[in-house]
Design a protein around this ligand. Structure first.
Ligand code: ADP
Ligand code: TRP
Length: 320
C-alpha cells in the first residue's frame, strides 16, 4: 500500500496537525510505504517572505524527525525538490473542469481570511492532485478539511485516465473520525489562522498558558458535567488511554470535578508526551547537515517514481 501526505511549512505545528495528520502518518509507517513531503510550493500561496519560507521548511523537517519519522522506510522530501510535480500540474490543469475548482471551499475560505486571491491559490487543488498522482498514491491521510481536495484529485485522475489511458492510480482519503476535527482553545477547529492553537514544540510555559485558556462553560465544581460537550475533555482524550478516558468521563458526570483540575492534568499529559520529543528535536537541530541529507535522500528516491509517472503521462498525451 502506498500512502502519501504533505504539510505546508506555513506556521508552527499544533495539536490539530499532530493528531489529525502527523500521528496517523507515523502510525501508518507500519502498514505501508509512506511518502511524506513538505509542501513548500503550496506555502508560496501564503508565505511571501523567503526567510520565513526557508525557516518554515526546516521547522517542519525537525518536527517530523523529532516525532519519530523512520526515514529508512519513509521517503521524506521537500516538494520543490521534485520539480516534475509542476509539469504534471500543467498536464492535469488541461483536463480539470473549472467547475470542479469553483466548488472547492478552501479558496473562498482562504480569501475570506485575507489571503491574496491569486491564480495559485485558486489552482492549488491541481497542484495537490499532482503531488498525489505523481507518486501513484493509494491512501492519503489528512484531516477532514482536506477531504474535498482528495476527491477532486480522484476526479481529475478519472478524467485523465478516460481521455488518455490508465496512467494514474486512484487515491482515497483516509480520515480518522476521532481526530477529524481537533478543537482549539476557543472550541472552533484548531487552526493557526484562528489563533487558538496549542503548539507542539512551543515554550512549555506558553503551552501551559494556552491550555489554561481553553474555553469552558460556567458550571461550578459541584455540578455534574457532560464530557462530550467539553473542549478540555476533547483534548484530554487524545492523550489518555481508554481506561483513563472512561474514568475521567465518569468523574465529569458525577460532579465534584473542576475544569481547572482537568486542564492541569491535560498539561501534564501533554508535557509527558512532548518533553522527550522536544529534547530529541534540540539534538537534531545541532546536526542540520544530517537533516538536509535525509531530505536529499528522500527526494532522490521520490524523484525516481515521479520521473517514471511523468514520462508515462507525457507519452499518453502525445508529447515527445
Ligand atoms: P491550519 O488549519 O493550522 O492552517 P493546515 O491546513 O496547514 O492547518 O493543516 C495541515 C494538516 O493538518 C492537514 O492534513 C489538516 O487536515 C490537518 N489539521 C489541521 N488542523 C486540524 C484540526 N484542528 N483537526 C484535525 N486535523 C487538522
Ligand atoms: N493541502 C494540504 C494542506 O494544506 C497540504 C498538501 C499539499 C497535501 N499536497 C498534499 C496533503 C498532498 C496531502 C496530499 O494541509
Amino acid at each position: 500500500m502506498r500512502i502519501l501526505s504533505g504539510i505546508q511549512p506555513s506556521g508552527k505545528l499544533h495539536l490539530g496537525n499532530y493528531f489529525g495528520m502527523m500521528k496517523p502518518i507515523l502510525d501508518l509507517q507500519k502498514e505501508g510505504e509512506v511518502f511524506l513531503f513538505i509542501a513548500d510550493y503550496h506555502a508560496l500561496t501564503s508565505v511571501t517572505d523567503p526567510r520565513a519560507m526557508r525557516q518554515g521548511s526546516i521547522d517542519v523537517a525537525l518536527d517530523f524527525l523529532a516525532c519519530g519519522l523512520d526515514t529508512e522506510k519513509t521517503l521524506f522530501y521537500r516538494q520543490s525538490d521534485i520539480p516534475e510535480v509542476t509539469e504534471l500540474t500543467w498536464l492535469l490543469s488541461t483536463v480539470t473542469p473549472m467547475g470542479l475548482l469553483e466548488r472547492c471551499h478552501s479558496y473562498k475560505d482562504k480569501v475570506a481570511k485575507g489571503l491574496p486571491a491569486t491564480h495559485g491559490l485558486f489552482a492549488y487543488p491541481v497542484l495537490m492532485a499532482a503531488d498525489i498522482l505523481i507518486m501513484q498514491s493509494q491512501v492519503v491521510p489528512v484531516g477532514r478539511d482536506q477531504k474535498q481536495h482528495v476527491e477532486v484529485t480522484r476526479d481529475i485522475a478519472i478524467k485523465f485516465n478516460n481521455l488518455y489511458g490508465e496512467v494514474f492510480t486512484l487515491p482515497a482519503p483516509s480520515i480518522r473520525d476521532e481526530v477529524a476535527v481537533v478543537p482549539g482553545v476557543d472550541g472552533q477547529k484548531m487552526s493557526k489562522s484562528y489563533n487558538n492553537t496549542v503548539e507542539i514544540f512551543g515554550d512549555p510555559k506558553e503551552s501551559r498558558a494556552q491550555i489554561m485558556r481553553i474555553v469552558t462553560d460556567s458550571k461550578t465544581v459541584a455540578d455534574p458535567k457532560d464530557p462530550d460537550q467539553c473542549n478540555v475533555f476533547a483534548l484530554y482524550k487524545l492523550f489518555a488511554s481508554n481506561a483513563q478516558r472512561d474514568e475521567m468521563a465518569a468523574r465529569y458526570r458525577a460532579g465534584g470535578l473542576g475544569y481547572g483540575e482537568v486542564k492541569k492534568r491535560l498539561f501534564e499529559m501533554f508535557d509527558a508526551h512532548f518533553a522527550p520529543l522536544r529534547q530529541r528535536r534540540a539534538e537534531l537541530q545541532k546536526n542540520m547537515d544530517h537533516v538536509e541529507a535525509v531530505l536529499r535522500s528522500g527526494a532522490e528516491r521520490a524523484a525516481a517514481v515521479a520521473r517514471d509517472t511523468l514520462r508515462r503521462a507525457r507519452q499518453a498525451v502525445g508529447l515527445a
